[in-house]
Ligand binder design. Structure first.
Ligand SMILES: [Zn+2]
Length: 132
């Protein structure tokens, strides 16, 4: 097996590469058109605001490591996970901008970073599906 050095000079695991992947996933979501909405009073400028961060709900839970679900028998829930929820923005009748909870985007991970990377992956795949 041939080992390839990353740009930080590390073989295999690299904390800096992981951090960069997390950073890119975060900004992918914060710039993704699915979460954009034109602010009515600024439409003249065609200005779109990204509501990803507004829609994001972060939960810290304990799950059964076997099923990755929260079991009724609490003694089985020993693994800590970060769960994320988010969704697209929409305009309420009163003109305020709200965000959906789109269950297609429900995901999680062992760390916040991992959960964000998983979420970006879901959004990427969903975007690809819609383009077909
Ligand atoms: Zn690296």
């Amino acid at each position: 097996m041939e080992w390839i050095k990353c740009k930080h000079g590390n073989f295999g695991e690299c904390e800096e590469c992981d951090q960069e992947e997390f950073y890119e996933a975060w900004w992918y979501l914060n710039e993704h058109p699915s979460f954009n909405f034109k602010i009515p009073f600024l439409t003249g400028d065609n200005f779109e605001f990204n509501y990803f961060n507004d829609s994001l709900v972060i939960d810290v839970v304990k799950v059964d490591p076997g099923t990755l679900e929260i079991e009724d028998d609490e003694t089985k829930n020993t693994k800590v996970q970060i769960w994320l929820e988010c969704g697209e923005p929409f305009e309420e009748k009163d003109g305020s901008i709200q965000t959906y909870h789109n269950t297609d985007y429900d995901t999680g991970g062992d760390t916040f970073e991992e959960a964000v990377i998983n979420l970006a992956e879901i959004v990427k795949n969903k975007t690809k599906e819609e383009k077909k």
